[in-house]
Design a protein around this ligand. Structure first.
Ligand SMILES: [Zn+2]
Length: 247
């Protein structure tokens, strides 16, 4: 098990939906940002299917989730950049059109380290997570090789390292002791997902929220996962990845 990359100057995380990046690598991004790394979160879909309530207006949900994603990024670090690509939730494809857009952002933001869903994770159900994973791997190839998309205004860019979260075979851990609270705060900003994703029912907003039993239980779950990932590398809290270099 390898641990702790040197803090990159710039990092770009790609997620399928609002909240995926925070679940996958929120504490790592918070740690790096505090150490001076410029972090950016690129969210592929609009989150318009993220509810159990069939009467929800999808257009209203999109507006809500945009605001939640920006607040969540701020909870990781005030200077975090957010890019919302706005593809329809549940219908994300990893075609040439989408690859063009991801490659354009990689060339523009020029990250040393990229983070994203592991597209090779076995038995994964959600197609958006698979396709967001392919968009990272395929987007890197298109961003680095100069004959791809010559009409793009930014020159080619080759990141040095790719960290895949939800890893099928974890082989790298970032120690995140002390950054679990930032991850939790960012996740809790996704209030529209409290019920369906986080098991939090009718928690009040404000100071009392942290004491609500469902929030306490959710915090315990997030902490348990950080502890389990950290244990892979003998540290108290971690986020585990599959690491690919020589991109
Ligand atoms: Zn998702």
């Amino acid at each position: 098990m390898r641990t702790n990359l040197p803090v990159p100057e710039r990092a770009l995380a790609v997620g399928a939906h609002p909240d995926d990046i925070e679940f996958g690598c929120g504490a790592t991004l918070a740690k790096w940002a505090e150490a001076g790394c410029k972090i950016a979160l690129l969210v592929c879909t609009d989150g318009s299917k993220g509810t159990w309530d069939a009467t929800t207006d999808p257009a209203e949900l999109v507006v809500t989730r945009r605001a939640e994603q920006r607040a969540a990024a701020r909870a990781l670090h005030p200077d975090a950049e957010v890019v919302l690509l706005g593809w329809h939730d549940g219908e994300l494809e990893s075609g040439l059109r989408q690859r063009w857009e991801v490659a354009a952002w990689i060339r523009r933001l020029r990250p040393e380290v990229m983070l994203g869903h592991d597209p090779w994770k076995r038995y994964r159900l959600h197609p958006d997570h698979r396709n967001a994973g392919w968009l990272v791997t395929d987007g890197i190839v298109a961003a680095r090789d100069p004959l791809f998309f010559p009409e793009l205004d930014a020159p080619p860019h080759r990141p040095s390292t790719l960290l895949l979260f939800e890893a099928d075979e974890a082989d790298h851990v970032e120690e995140v002791t002390g950054y679990g609270d930032a991850k939790l705060a960012a996740l809790l900003e996704h209030r529209s997902q409290h019920r369906s994703t986080m098991g939090i029912f009718s928690a009040p907003s404000g100071a009392d929220e942290a004491l609500h039993p469902d929030v306490v239980e959710f915090r315990r779950g997030v902490g348990d996962e950080l502890a389990a990932h950290g244990a892979l590398a003998g540290c108290a809290a971690g986020e585990a990845f599959h690491r690919i270099e020589g991109l």
